[in-house]
Each structure stands twice: as C-alpha cells, then as structure tokens.
Design a protein around this ligand. Structure first.
Ligand code: B3K
Ligand code: ZN
Length: 889
C-alpha cells in the first residue's frame, strides 16, 4: 500500500538499461511462511565507466549483498523501499544477493504466493521484484538456471521454466530440482510452481520430427478434468505449425492450474500458469462457452511462446505488440477450429459466429473504455501503474488493428511479414514500430502507393472513429458514388484541449444487394466486384461504382473490417431485408442488431407499434434452413444491456433494463409456437459432445426456452425444471437454473438454488457460477449480495469468487446496482479489495469510469462515491490512478 504522490511514466523517458545481464542463477529454499532466495548474475557495463547498478525490489527482506565475491558492508550499497543500488568499480561484475519473501502473507497474488497447498509465482508485469532484487524490466533478457529446494512431503513436485536438469533427495526430508531455460528471457517470464499435483502427459512429434512432452498439472483428483486442456494444447501446437510455420522450441511444455489467480493465465516460458477456470473441463461441470474460452486461452498462452516470448517488448508501452498480435492469433485459431471440416457457406457462417462473439466483447468492453477517462491508444503515451493497462484497448482493439493489417496484406503477405519480423528480431525486445516496419517492407513490394505510414496512426490515436456513409445513386447512368467521411474526435483527457485528430487508414469492406436481397455486382476501377475493400485514408473520400442494374442496398463494414462506428440511415424495411438476405453473415447479424437496437431504444409506444417488422424478420430467420443453430442463436439474441446503455444519451440504465424485458416478452409471446418447436427440435440425446454444432444446438434451444419463460408461457417453467433435473451437462443445467432464477416463483427458485449448491458444493468453479447467477438475478439487491458474502463458500481473497459475486453484481445487474445503496456497496468493496489485492481492486474501480455520461441524479451520486474513495488516505497506486483519472474528467 503506497501513499506517496503518483509518478507518471512517459513513453519518451525510455533509457536502455546500462548493464547487460547474463546467466541468472536462482536458488530457492521454499516454505509457505518464509522463502529464502539467492540470486546470482553477471552484470557487464555497456559503457566504459561503470554507473550505479540499480535493482528493483519490493517487500523483500534483504539478508546479504556480494559483489565479485566480496560480501558488502551496508555502507557500500543503498537499500531503499523499492530498490537496491550497488556501486561497481569495474565493468564486469558478479552480483549475489540473498533475500526473503513471505508467500503466505502475499494476498496480492503477484510474486511468490500460496494457493491451496501449493506455491505459485506471477511476475508479469512487475512481480519478479517481489521475489528477488533484479532489473525487473522486459528489455533485460538473460538465461536462467533455477534450483528449487523444499520439504518433499509438502511440495513433492517442483517446476520451473525450461528443462529439468536434475532432481534429488536431500537430508531431513528435503529434495531439490534443477531447471534450466536455454532461451534468454525477461524476468516477467520467470515462473516456479511447488506442490502436489495430478499430471496428464502426452508425447508428441513436432513438425520437424523431434519429440516434445506436453503436460497439464492440476489439483489431486482433477486428472479427469484435464483431457480437454491437453487436446487444446496439442491443437495449438499443430495450428501454429500449420498456419504460421512456428514450431514449439522446447522439449517440454507445461500448464499448471491454480485456483487463486488474478487473470486468465500467464505465458511463462515453458511453464504456463493458468487460472483453473481456463484449464479444468468436464461436461457435467463446464459450459460450452467455458469449453471455448479454455480453447482460446490455452491457444493464446501457447502462441505467446513466439509472439511475446521469443520476441518480447522493449518497454511496457509496447504491450500490444505481444497482446494484440496474440489475441488476433487466438481468435483465428478458434475460428479455424470451429470451421474445421466445413467448407463454403457453412465455414463462413462458423467463422462469423466467432467474429460476432469477438465484436460483441469489443463493443461492450472496449468502445466504452475508448470514450471514457481511461481512453488510450493501443500504444499508450503514459501510465502510473502498468497493471492498469492490461486493458480491452491493448488486447481487443490491438487485435483489431492486427486484423486490419491482415486484411490489407492478405494471408500470404501477412505471413511473409511475420517471417520478416522473426528474421529481424528473434531473441530481441522490440517495439510496435519494429513490427510495423517488417510488415511495411512486404507491403511496399506491391508498388509506391502501398505503405503503412497512415496506418501507424492507429498506434497513436485513442477513440473509436466514426465513418459516415453517403450513397448517391444515378438512375440514368446506373452508377453510384459512395462517400466515406471519418471523424476522430478528442476523447478522454484529450477533450481538455479539444482537437480533431488526423485521419486513419480504415479498410472498409463493402458489398451490394438488390431490392430482392440478391447480390448485386458492380464495377470499380474497371473491374467487376461483388465485395470490395475501400481504403479510406483521408478525412473524406468518394468511390464511383458503375454497371449497377438497380439502386443498391449497401452491405457495410462486412466482417467488421475495422473497429469503428458506422453512420448511415436505413429504413426498418432495408434492415430487415439485409437481416434476411445479406450473404455476408457478419453484416447480416449486424443488420438485425441495428433493427433490434432501434426498437429497444425507441419510445415504448412507437416501438410496440412497429413490432410486426421484428416478428416477421425473426420468423423468416427461424424458417431459414440454411442457417446453423449457432448462428441462429446469435442473430435471434438481443444486444446486451451494456451495449444498449452505451447508446442512450444520457445513459439511463433503468430504461434499458425495462426495454429489454418488454421486447423479450413480446418476441416470446409473438413467436411462442416457434420457440416451442425450436426447443423440441434441438433436444439432443446421447452423451455430451463439446463440438461447435452440438454447442450451437444447445445455445439455440436454451435461447428458445428463455423467450418462452420471458413471455410467461405456462409450460416454460416445467420445461426448465425438467431440464434442470435431467441435464447431462452444465450448459443445459445452468441455462435451466437461470430461467428458474429469473422467472420462477421465489420458493421454486430457492429450492433449485439449494439443490444446485448441494450437488456442486465441492466444485469451486461451479460454485462461482452459482454466485454469479444470483448476483445477476432481477430480485437481487445489495442486501442480498451482502447476505451471499456471509455464505461460508464466499471469500474476497479468491479473485474468481470476488469476480463471480461482486463484479457480476456491479457490472451486470444494472437494475440493482444503479441505486444509492449499489454505489455505496461498490465503493466499500473497492476499498476492501484494495487492502488485499490492488490489481483486482483497480478492475472493480473501473466499473463506473463513465459516470459523467449518466443521467441525473445518477451522475452526482456516482461522483460522490468516487470522491469517497479518493478521500481515503491509504489507497494503492492502482486504485488511485483509476479514481483520480475518472474524477479529472
Ligand atoms: N500476459 C498475461 C497478462 C499478465 C497481466 C499481469 N497483470 C496474460 C496474457 O495476456 O496472456
Ligand atoms: Zn496475452
């Protein structure tokens, strides 16, 4: 906990570290109460005269410092709260430091900490300094040799990065393992694990023919729940070989599941540590969306082995270099896995489902961030606390930027650019510019007008651009002019010196339909197209399209070709036509979303009058036999409350909640027989299958059940109860419980919740879902949440549990959290969490970033809650940065 004044770190202050650090050796005497760590490394001054050698260290007890074999008296070094400075006299030095840390007292889950009966580490971004004194920055890369010693009875398995060199028993019940990682790495990729685990192992043959050992470690008794993780890991290895030509560079690759973990997972070299929620899977306990999330996260961490580990970041401002690129890679991996074995329209539709899911996340998490006080470019200019910058912008918008590069270059040239990037920078710590330079070299080979110079602005500019579309159709000439005009207004802190920013390079994919909804070809620059990418690079540009048989219906921003907002007025009839016929499945879904959003946000009276067009469009979609169940489930779902809220001005949560409830009810009632039919038709018998087709059927069936229940159809609750009791998988059981929690009378709801708890009380990941469902229930208020916090299964110390109850309530229960009591509860929990785990507390602190855009009195009530937090004297740097930035605006 820090109370000193905030320090802003600027991208322009970068200085290379004055020493080359080589050959790090670590010796750990592990114990949960107190672990002793010896670190030894060579430090060679880069300049001819040695400068002070400044090392980072946090919450460490320093025992001894030696320089070149000489134990230093305390007068010969400077030990401060967060650093240790040595004063070498020669350019080549050997440093040896012994310190102690306290894993059991470490509730931050950064550095070395205890989870259950195990010890884990988390070092990214700045956790290594909580383990040993060292230059804890990503551009200091070294090889590591690690000796782990511990009581064998407590910690029979001892793991670290790289290859196991030796393991042996020692005296008095102790044992040791020696690991060596041959690849130079920054300290943030260091990891160790100690404990007793079940291990699933599989030997595979790499593309080159060499063998590698894949392993998944889990708590004792969880062996049966790691089959899916192993399959995903093997698929990841294969996919990276086949699509990117990148092979696993190690003989051994390990994944370990931890129940206490701050985020999803961590890509430590050869020893990935995972939140158990992204490893453990079993049909009876894991939903379809979790199966897919596990696949995505396992892929993501594995893909970091090249994009992040082999080539890493020069400084933390370059975080999107590894994160945006790796999210793009995991998104493509998941899309390829979902489309596996399909071709043509079916493959397109499967990929579109993944794209829809990704864009929905972008819109509900990143768009608001980009319009609020934390708005930052994908390469930020400054930060106070780096862990606050693991944001949707760095990850999700970063991935969109890479996707645009992929669109501009095409798969073949994009891969050539990747090869160029690795040829230039393998083994280095580099910048986003270095990445762009490699791709630009390939792109420029096409001709003088092909350059990424304008495109680079995506790395400098925050904010979601808006592109207005204008269509001028000339009936006599059978031609049209399409004009795109972009706006990049000031956002966040920029609004203080309001200025419009320069235009970006926006690849805008466009297609055309005729009035019957058939594809309409057109000519552009002498060539015939059915689909084209317009390269918008100026504030406003026009394209002249000819050979049009009739007035076109525009299909805009196909595949969501850029992370922007489109402005273009269309009638309900035109949106309905696109929703029924657009051959590009993303734009088709988008048209339906626009139509639904318009109805949801319209005044209730006019919205209800216009219901027929919605009902007719839904009906046409339900009866369209070419659509896959997964796609149908997406296109028939309403936009999330959070996405809708973003579109109300000023933001009005109660209106959104009410509008969604009413529309669900109307669609439920208006199409009841069809929902009933869909529900019956997509029942599956036999053993659970996690594949995309089976998951799609479950999603559609459960959506139908939800509509029936929302409409108050008498049989819906009986169907839900039967499904709840008979389900052979967690997707169906949880969907049924959700229906009961939302729509059943209180006594039935309570009975179902109790039954579920009794059934799953020994499965923490399922109990997280039990808390979440209740956190989001319409009749839950702060008193109910406080009651649940007293439940013996609740603890604030476990991030998954805190997220399942407190975060879910504050983020997703819009009806209940937007009350005076809700805001006080939120502020109270931010402060309580801040005492334990500042990184997690700062995440909760961000929930009301956009307080100033709410209607009154919400706005002033939220401001008061923020001010209450700001007034505390003992805030962490993490929470303080978030709250003060929110209040500055
Ligand atoms: N690189 C880690 C994130 C670390 C966050 C630290 N506060 C997980 C990932 O993106 O793969
Ligand atoms: Zn990552």
């Amino acid at each position: 906990m820090r109370t000193d004044s905030p320090v802003t770190i600027s991208r322009y202050d970068y200085q290379p570290y004055p020493y080359d650090i080589q050959a790090v050796e670590l010796q750990f005497d592990l114990d949960s109460e107190s672990s002793q760590v010896l670190i030894r490394f060579e430090a060679h001054s880069k300049g001819p005269t040695p400068t002070p050698l400044i090392l980072d260290g946090e919450e460490l007890k320093l025992l001894s410092v030696s320089l070149n074999g000489v134990l230093l008296p305390t007068t010969d070094f400077k030990a401060e709260e967060n650093s240790l400075t040595l004063y070498p006299k020669q350019t080549k030095n050997i440093v040896e430091i012994v310190s102690v840390c306290k894993p059991a007292l470490n509730t931050t889950l950064m550095g070395l900490y205890v989870s259950g009966a195990h010890l884990f580490t988390q070092c990214e971004a700045q956790g290594f300094r909580r383990i040993a004194y060292f230059p804890d920055r990503p551009d200091v890369m070294a090889t590591y040799k690690v000796v782990l010693r511990a009581k064998k009875a407590h910690y029979p398995i001892l793991l670290s990065n790289g290859n196991l060199l030796a393991s042996e028993d020692l005296e008095a019940g102790y044992h040791q393992a020696i690991w060596e990682d041959p690849f130079p790495k920054p300290s943030y990729l260091f990891a160790l694990v100690a404990g007793d685990f079940d291990v699933r192992s599989k030997e595979i043959q790499k593309a080159s023919g060499a063998k590698a050992l894949l392993q998944v470690y889990s708590d004792k008794g969880d062996y049966a729940n790691t089959e899916w993780a192993m399959q995903c890991l093997e698929n990841s290895v294969r996919w990276d070989e086949q699509r990117f030509g990148l092979e696993l560079d190690l003989d051994r690759f390990m994944i370990v599941a931890a129940h206490d973990f701050n985020m999803g997972a961590m890509e430590n070299k050869g020893l990935n540590i995972f939140n158990a929620a992204y490893v453990l899977a079993h049909p009876s306990t894991t939903t379809d969306s979790s199966y897919q999330a596990i696949e995505a996260v396992i892929g993501h961490e594995y893909f970091h082995n090249w994009t992040g580990n082999r080539v890493t970041c020069k400084d933390w401002f370059q975080l999107s270099l590894k994160e945006g690129l790796t999210v793009f890679r995991d998104q493509e991996f998941s899309a390829d896995m979902q489309a596996q074995g399909l071709d043509g329209v079916e493959a397109l539709s499967a990929r579109a489902v993944k794209r829809i899911d990704d864009v929905s996340i972008l819109r509900s998490a990143q768009f608001p961030e980009d319009a609020g006080p934390m708005a930052h470019p994908i390469r930020p200019e400054s930060y106070e606390e780096i862990s606050n910058f693991y944001t949707a912008t760095i990850y999700e918008k970063g991935a969109e930027v890479i996707r645009m590069l992929h669109t501009l270059l095409g798969e073949q040239d994009f891969q050539a650019g990747m090869r160029e990037y690795f040829a230039r920078h393998d083994g280095q710590a580099v910048s986003c510019d270095d990445f762009l330079d490699a791709l630009d070299t390939i792109y420029r080979q096409r001709g003088p007008e092909y350059t990424l110079e304008t495109f680079r602005r995506w790395y400098e500019q925050a904010g979601t651009p808006t592109v207005a579309v204008q269509l001028d159709y000339d009936e006599t000439q059978r031609s049209a002019t399409v004009t795109l005009t972009q706006r990049n207004p000031a956002v966040g802190i920029e609004t203080r010196h309001a200025h419009e920013k320069p235009p970006l390079h926006i690849p805008f994919r466009l297609g055309m339909l005729n009035a019957q909804g058939q594809t309409q070809a057109f000519s552009l620059d002498g060539q015939t197209h059915t689909d084209v990418i317009l390269n918008l690079q100026q504030s406003s540009q026009s394209w002249h399209l000819s050979d049009l048989r009739e007035r076109p219906v525009l299909s805009l921003l196909r595949q969501f070709s850029a992370p922007i907002k489109v402005e273009y007025y269309r009638s309900d009839a035109e949106l309905s036509l696109l929703a029924q016929h657009d051959p590009e499945p993303f734009a088709r879904w988008e048209a339906m979303q626009l139509l639904l959003t318009r109805h949801l946000l319209a005044a209730e009276h006019s919205a209800r009058q216009n219901r027929p067009v919605l009902l007719q469009t839904f009906l046409a979609l339900i009866q369209d036999k070419t659509l896959s169940p997964a796609y149908l489930a997406r296109i028939l779902s309403l936009p999330s409350e959070r996405e809708l809220l973003e579109q109300t001005r000023p933001m009005n949560p109660q209106r959104v909640v009410q509008a969604k409830r009413t529309l669900q009810q109307d669609l439920g009632l208006g199409l009841a027989p069809y929902w009933q039919e869909l529900y019956q038709y997509h029942q599956q018998s036999g053993a659970y299958q996690s594949d995309a087709l089976s998951a799609g059927k479950r999603a559609l069936k459960n959506l139908a059940l939800n509509y029936l229940a929302a409409a108050g159809v008498s049989t819906a609750l009986q169907l839900a109860l039967r499904q709840f009791n008979d389900a052979n998988n967690m997707t169906d059981q949880l969907a049924a419980l959700s229906v009961l929690v939302h729509y059943a009378p209180p006594e039935h709801k309570q009975a179902a919740l109790e039954q579920f708890y009794t059934q799953w009380q020994h499965k923490p990941l399922v109990i997280d879902r039990w808390f979440s469902l209740q956190a989001c229930a319409p009749d839950t208020d702060t008193e109910k949440v406080r009651g649940l916090m007293l439940h013996p299964a609740f603890t604030l110390r476990n991030p998954n549990r805190a997220r399942s109850l407190i975060f879910q309530f504050c983020i997703n229960n819009l009806g209940a959290v937007h009350t005076q009591a809700g805001y006080s509860f939120w502020a109270e929990q931010v402060l309580a969490l801040d005492k334990l785990n500042p990184e997690i507390a700062a995440r909760l602190a961000r929930v009301f970033d956009n307080w100033a855009r709410f209607e009154l009195p919400i706005q002033s009530e939220l401001k008061a809650a923020l001010e209450h937090i700001a007034a505390q004297t003992q805030l962490s740097a993490n929470v303080r940065e978030i709250i003060l930035k929110a209040l500055t605006l």
